[in-house]
Structure formats: structure tokens, C-alpha cells
Ligand binder design. Structure first.
Ligand code: MG
Length: 480
């Protein structure tokens, strides 16, 4: 069914696909059931598999160059393979190996530095990691800004120009949320883990979670792992109180998982089988978490079920829960931030990363720059560093260029909501229609189209933060 020059590549690609399958399963296992003492050995096995995969990929290069794609799908396959080959060809092995070594140590040091709120412990590692990322950007090449090369790794085709435009529209949110401090007694209501888990499962089943092809487990931080097209796993967490955290995390990961499950079966075992970018992926998870999960219609629809499993809800109304799901309260920690303030946290990280990569900010200045922006955008006073630039794991892992994809996802989710108008369907529990809408326009295409083109085809316009800003205005109004 594919052209001969494409089929030849796909026959070879099957080995890479199988390696990816095994590595995904190993990755899922390390975050869920692996005994702690196995970490070092697992790391060795993974590092070796990464090298095998790289070698196999590069050995396919001549065949890839000779691919003669005849349609969009085959062009997508070639594009995906060329991207990976280019990455491995351009980034010198020393940089890759050095980065792996430094981040391996940095992870451990970062954890200790965070506990002690001591930036000076982490500083030399961050210096090394920034330098290596700069080298990586130079090796990869860019047109206007070195950070473009890093952004492109997570969001193909997205540049500093795009990001600057997106974030400049979001800066005004700082003024909207200033001084808002919404609270709810529901934050302190305690639940039984078993009941909470049953509630999560029953809600997800109605949204379209398929137990035949999916599982839900528990991990330190919720995540989705796509092992294959027929095996997509998610996790959530249970804190014993504040039940929206557990529920909305499960709903968020569900959104990631049906993107992977919704890819057209004819792309199985091809380079376009998976979701196309981090930003598009996050748009699907945020759509389910923010648009569906935090809506009044959702709370209304599931309220009887929530009351059945969480008896304390007898004292509360649909509106109490709806407000509780949407509380606005500028705070220090990104992962605990509400929808309205979340992107201000990303804005801060984006500005600092961009500055570190183009050398307008030095590593030494990071805490100062951080607190200046926290005051400016979130209206909060400086605190210990564990509430500041030491809070996130990303830099210790060497991830530069990743944070903006969270904002791309949130912004796109609001934009999708505008085009879909899902409210009646949510209230009436017609979740199959929502799934179909997303599948037809986004999921089924896997990585056939690069993200910007996919957005244009799906929504008829480019990414546009206005819908999100409008949405935040509405949320803030609930509390003022
Ligand atoms: Mg996510």
C-alpha cells in the first residue's frame, strides 16, 4: 500500500519501532513498579539501547534519502525520519555523552539543593548544562536565535518569534489575577483512596478510557506512556485530600492517552504512529483537564457519581465544586498553579531560558531575575529557592526549550473549545462526539503533518492566545 521506496524503509524501521516499544515499557516500569535498587542497572540497559537505536537509525539514512513519497502520509514519514537523522548527525557524540553524564549527577545534586534551598550547590551543574545546550543549538543550526534550535526539538517549527508573540499576549494576565486569593473548604476535605480510585475509573470510562487497551496506575508524578498503538498507559496520584488534584490529573493524562490511541491504524509501526509534538499533545490533555474537567457542565453531569463515592459532598452544591475546580490564587509552585496563573510560571522560565542561551542572563543571576519576575507577574515576595528556580526538575535533566510547550497546549485547548463548542455535549454526557471531533481533526493524523500545519488544518487558523486570555477573564470574574 506504500510506494516501494517507502516500503523498503518501513521494513527496516520495524526494528526501530520494536526497540522503541521495549524502551517505552521499560520507562513506564521505572516510574511505577521497578524496585528502587534496580535503577542503576536499568540506566545501563537504557543507555545501551539508546546507542543501538542511534546506530540503526543512521544506518537507514541512505534509504531514507532515497524515499520518494507520493502523498502527505509518506511525506510525513520521511520528514520524521529526516528530523531524527539530522539530530544525530549534527549533534556531536561528545556533547550527547557529556550531557548524559552531567545530567545524571545533576539530577541527584538538584534534589539535595532543592531540599536545602541552596542554589550555589546546583549552580556549577546548571552552568555546564547551559553551556552544553548552547553547543547543541550551534550544532543543530538556526536562523535567528540559538534558542530556536532547542524549541524545535520539542515543537517542530516553533521559534522565539512565535513564543515572544504568544507570551506577550499573556503578560496582561498578571494584572488580572493580582490580589485575587480564592479558597474553598473542599481543599481540605479528606477522601478514601479506594473510593477516589473508583470515582476516577468510572469517570474515565465514560469519557472513553478503554480498559482493553489501557491501564491506570499510581506514580510520584502523573504521566502517560504510549507503549504501542494498542497499549497506552496512564498514572495519577492520591494525596488523601483535595480530590480535584487526583481527578483532574487522571482526566489530563486521559487526554494524552486518547491522542495516542486515536491515531489511524494504518500508521501502525511507521514513523508517524505517535503524537506530533509536545505542544499538540499538551493541547489534548489540557482540553480534557481544563475545558472538559473544570467546566460547570462536567461537574453537573458527574455530581451524582461524585457524591456516591465522596460522601462529604453531601454538604456541597454543584457550584461549590465548580468554583473549587477553578480557584484562582497566584502562588509559587508551578505544578500546583491554577489555570489562570499557570502560564505566568511558564513565561518566567521561558524568559530565563532564552536569556541563558543567548547569554543575556548568566547562571549566577538566575535567582535574582526569577524573583524580579515573580514579583512583577504574580505579585509575590521572594522566598527560599525551593519555591523559586530550584522547584522544577527540567533543567537538571537538560531540558531547555521544553517549558513553552505547556503554554502552547493550554492556549490551543481554549482555541479548540472555541471551535468545538462542547458545552451541551459535556452536560449531556455525549463524550463520544467530543472524542470523534478530536480524532477526525487531530488524533488520526499522528505525526503526518508538522504541528503548525496540523493546527491550521484542524482549526482553520494559526495558534491564537486570544481565546485563552478571554477564558481567563471569565474565570477571574468568578472570584471578584
Ligand atoms: Mg501533560
Amino acid at each position: 500500500m506504500w510506494r516501494p521506496s517507502v516500503q523498503r524503509v518501513l521494513d527496516k524501521y520495524r526494528e526501530l519501532w520494536a526497540l522503541g516499544y521495549a524502551m517505552a515499557l521499560m520507562g513506564w516500569d521505572s516510574e511505577t513498579y521497578m524496585p528502587e535498587g534496580a535503577a542503576k542497572e536499568r540506566g545501563e540497559a537504557e543507555a545501551t539501547l539508546v546507542l543501538i537505536r542511534r546506530r540503526k537509525l543512521l544506518s537507514m539514512a541512505p534509504l531514507v534519502y532515497r524515499m520518494r513519497p507520493g502523498n502527505d502520509e509518506e511525506r510525513g514519514m520521511k520528514r520524521e525520519l529526516l528530523r531524527s537523522i539530522r539530530y544525530h548527525r549534527r549533534v556531536p557524540r561528545e556533547v550527547v555523552e557529556e550531557l548524559a553524564k552531567v545530567t545524571n549527577e545533576a539530577k541527584v545534586v538538584w534534589r539535595r539543593a532543592k531540599e536545602k534551598s541552596d542554589f550555589s550547590m546546583f549552580r556549577p551543574y546548571l552552568e555546564r548544562i547551559v553551556e552544553l545546550n548552547r553547543k547543541k543549538a550551534e550544532a543543530l543550526g538556526y536562523e535567528n536565535h540559538p534558542y530556536d534550535a532547542l524549541l524545535d526539538l520539542y515543537e517542530e517549527g516553533f521559534t522565539v518569534k512565535d513564543a515572544d508573540r504568544m507570551f506577550s499576549e499573556l503578560k496582561g494576565i498578571g494584572k488580572l489575577v493580582k490580589g485575587v486569593r480564592a479558597e474553598s473548604p473542599l481543599e481540605n476535605e479528606e477522601y478514601e483512596k479506594e473510593s477516589m480510585e473508583t470515582l476516577n475509573r468510572e469517570i474515565l470510562r465514560e469519557l472513553g478510557f478503554q480498559e482493553e487497551y489501557q491501564r491506570m496506575d499510581v506514580s510520584a508524578h502523573p504521566f502517560t506512556e504510549s507503549i504501542g498503538l494498542y497499549d497506552v498507559r496512564i498514572t495519577t496520584w492520591y494525596h488523601g485530600k483535595d480530590f480535584r488534584r487526583s481527578l483532574l490529573a487522571a482526566v489530563h493524562e486521559f487526554g494524552h492517552s486518547i491522542y495516542e490511541r486515536g491515531v489511524d491504524e494504518k500508521y501502525w509501526m511507521t514513523p508517524v504512529q505517535g503524537g506530533v509534538s509536545m505542544g499538540i499533545h499538551e493541547s489534548q490533555s489540557r482540553f480534557y483537564e481544563n475545558i472538559v474537567g473544570r467546566s460547570r457542565e462536567f461537574v453537573e453531569h458527574f455530581f451524582p457519581l461524585m457524591r456516591k463515592h465522596l460522601p462529604f459532598l453531601e454538604k456541597y452544591t454543584v457550584d461549590d465544586v465548580y468554583l473549587y475546580f477553578n480557584l484562582v490564587r497566584p502562588d509559587y509552585i508551578r505544578v500546583e498553579a491554577d489555570e489562570a496563573t499557570y502560564n505566568l510560571h511558564i513565561l518566567i522560565r521561558y524568559e530565563i531560558e532564552k536569556g541563558l542561551i543567548d547569554e543575556s542572563v548568566s547562571v549566577e543571576e538566575v535567582p535574582q531575575v526569577w524573583w524580579d519576575m515573580v514579583e512583577k507577574y504574580l505579585g509575590l515576595e521572594p522566598r527560599e529557592e525551593k519555591y523559586g528556580c530550584l522547584q522544577d526538575i527540567h533543567w537538571s535533566l537538560g531540558y531547555f526549550g521544553y517549558f513553552p510547550t505547556y503554554t502552547i497546549g493550554t492556549v490551543l485547548a481554549a482555541q479548540i473549545a472555541h471551535h468545538m463548542d462542547p458545552w451541551d455535549r459535556i452536560r449531556e454526557g455525549r463524550f463520544g462526539e467530543i472524542r470523534e471531533w478530536l480524532k477526525e481533526r487531530i488524533h488520526r493524523w499522528g505525526s503526518v503533518y508538522p504541528p503548525k500545519e496540523l493546527v491550521k488544518r484542524a482549526l482553520g487558523e494559526e495558534i491564537n492566545p486570544e481565546y485563552f486570555v478571554e477564558r481567563v477573564r471569565g474565570i477571574v470574574k468568578l472570584f471578584s
